[in-house]
Design a protein around this ligand. Structure first.
Ligand SMILES: Cc1cc2nc3c(=O)[nH]c(=O)nc-3n(C[C@H](O)[C@H](O)[C@H](O)COP(=O)(O)OP(=O)(O)OC[C@H]3O[C@@H](n4cnc5c(N)ncnc54)[C@H](O)[C@@H]3O)c2cc1C
Length: 295
């Protein structure tokens, strides 16, 4: 293969989910669902694919595309693109962290092709949409030829580029329990911070997504997730617990930043990047909480 040509592979574009699942399960060689292709097709250059390898293009499966509110859950089809989600008034209103994250993925071309399902199944530690989805405690709806299962996102992610998805399964949708703003229980406010090496296209070095539920100035609930720090993006439960009942004021956010950084880095132990990343994570957490508190 020269640098201008892709290697040979098999390609099918089924019209229904049932056909797609059947193709994946009967394939003689390795088979992969193909969504926007912005990760999978790039891998064609870097990892060997045998010519009998089958790509099952999900592009015709319109039932995997929609975004709607159903029974107090936000339902997002796995094929929803970053561009669609960033521009969706429903996502902006119900899950602004996700809208902000999608608006920051790659380039306009990447956002137009790349899908939420592809971002999550690829499972990069630096995937932009995963911290917001963790804050929303997203449930994944996954189909195989035999069954449909539901999995919490944190259980779906096993490690860098590893998930519980089997080869014959297709991720169909995400279900996000609605975070409602009812006055007695308080209102949710959001903050999202992302560090990249330069202002143009770049993979995130640190991502922080925060949601605070405020009753007046008191934090009744905090949800905090970070990406690109630990091998798998995660919630920072210790800091969330510490924040509950505290005032939404700068010294509290500063202390939470320090605690978040200690909690995240305690999980991975010292690395060459720790002296740089540890204080930066503390600052980004403080900023995300401030952004949420001030909004
Ligand atoms: C120039 C460039 C910039 C980028 N910048 C960013 C960035 O800033 N932030 C970021 O997070 N990512 C970035 N990416 C990575 C990529 O665009 C995203 O991860 C994107 O969301 C992948 O979605 P896709 O639909 O293209 O997935 P695909 O490439 O089609 O698939 C990715 C993987 O998921 C599997 N898959 C896809 N959909 C399904 C499904 N419904 N069910 C089961 N398996 C499925 C595929 O088999 C494959 O293993 C960038 C990529 C490029 C090329």
């Amino acid at each position: 293969m020269d640098s201008l040509h892709l290697p040979a592979f098999q390609y099918q574009r089924p019209g229904t989910l049932r056909e797609a699942l059947e193709l994946l399960s009967i394939s003689k060689g390795p088979a992969f669902p193909l969504a926007g292709g912005t990760d999978l097709l790039v891998q064609l250059r870097s990892r060997p694919f045998a010519p009998e390898c089958l790509f099952v293009d999900l592009g015709n499966l319109t039932e995997l595309r929609g975004v709607q509110l159903e029974n107090n859950n936000l339902q997002i089809g796995a094929l929803a693109t970053h561009a669609q989600l960033a521009a969706s008034p429903l996502i902006q209103a119900e899950a602004p962290l996700l809208a902000w994250a999608c608006a920051r993925v790659g380039t306009p071309q990447t956002r137009t092709r790349g899908t939420l399902g592809g971002n999550v199944v690829h499972a990069s530690p630096a995937a932009d949409t995963i911290p917001p989805l963790l804050v929303h405690e997203a449930i994944l709806v996954i189909c195989s030829p035999q069954a449909k299962r539901r999995s919490a996102l944190d259980r779906f992610l096993l490690g860098p580029y590893r998930t519980t998805k089997r080869d014959d399964e297709v991720l169909v949708a995400f279900s996000l329990p609605r975070l409602t703003n009812q006055p007695p229980a308080g209102c949710y406010r959001y903050g999202y911070q992302r560090l990249i090496r330069r202002q143009a296209v770049g993979i995130a070095r640190i991502i922080v997504a925060a949601a605070l539920r405020l009753q007046g100035h008191t934090i009744s609930e905090a949800r905090l997730a970070c990406g690109a720090v630990t091998p798998v993006a995660c919630r920072l439960g210790g800091v969330e617990e510490w924040l509950r009942g505290k005032e939404a004021i700068l010294p509290v956010f500063q202390e939470a930043g320090e605690r978040a950084s200690r909690e995240a880095f305690a999980r991975i132990g010292p690395r060459w990047s720790t002296p740089y990343k540890q204080p930066v994570l503390a600052s980004l957490v403080r900023r995300a909480l401030q952004q949420a508190g001030d909004s």
